[in-house]
Design a protein around this ligand. Structure first.
Ligand code: CO
Length: 206
């Protein structure tokens, strides 16, 4: 039986290394979490929230799914958002996509992908919304642009939830940002779609 001992060994070595560098680290971690950020990202194994922004455990609350989609009927995502905003009192929600996203690419393909097609329909909706601007692009550019547009639309979906609207209605400082990550150079790009109020949201073209 493969017990994944190599991973448990890696864990022990990691914990020892942290303790050597910062003997109080795990005592502080065990007390409470007070992250300032909620990250909604893709499940892709190459796009790891903490690592990309170089933050320690405890500094970022994370929800990931295929293609960083925020759906208003997804109780998992909404529960994470509610806990982050109402209990942890994060000040920022970051929706982070990435170029070359497998979910976005699959949404553009004609053939069936079994169960996941239900999920990919949300990205196909984004494509349909922006059909005119996308149709003039080459295939590669179309994928990259749809990755960006998907982030922008998910930022809007985050902002339209009662969770975020209620936070703004009670004058909480809460901003929602849209970023995209390049697998090729490790750089994050701000898609300049930050929203900090209902007024900002109404100023975005829906
Ligand atoms: Co992806």
């Amino acid at each position: 039986m493969n017990t994944l001992k190599h991973l448990l060994d890696k864990n022990l070595a990691w914990a020892e290394e942290i303790k050597d560098q910062d003997p109080d680290f795990f005592h502080r971690q065990a007390k409470l979490q007070a992250p300032e950020y909620l990250w909604i990202g893709c499940s892709d194994s190459r796009v790891h929230a903490n690592q990309i922004v170089n933050l320690d455990p405890g500094e970022i609350f994370v929800h990931r799914n295929i293609a960083n989609v925020v759906v208003h009927t997804d109780l998992n995502c909404l529960s994470v958002m509610e806990y982050a905003v109402d209990v942890l009192k994060v000040s920022h929600i970051i929706v982070c996509g990435h170029y070359g996203c497998g979910g976005v690419i699959a949404s553009l393909e004609e053939h069936d992908h079994d169960l996941i097609d239900h999920w990919l329909h949300h990205i196909r909706d984004v494509k349909r919304l922006h059909e005119d601007s996308l149709s003039s692009l080459s295939e590669r550019d179309q994928i990259d642009r749809l990755c960006e547009l998907n982030v922008i639309e998910q930022v809007k979906n985050v902002c339209k939830t009662n969770i975020v609207r209620n936070a703004w209605a009670s004058n909480r400082e809460l901003s929602v940002h849209g970023w995209i990550y390049s697998l090729e150079n490790g750089i994050l790009k701000d898609l300049n779609t930050s929203v900090s109020s209902i007024k900002d949201l109404n100023g975005m073209n829906s």
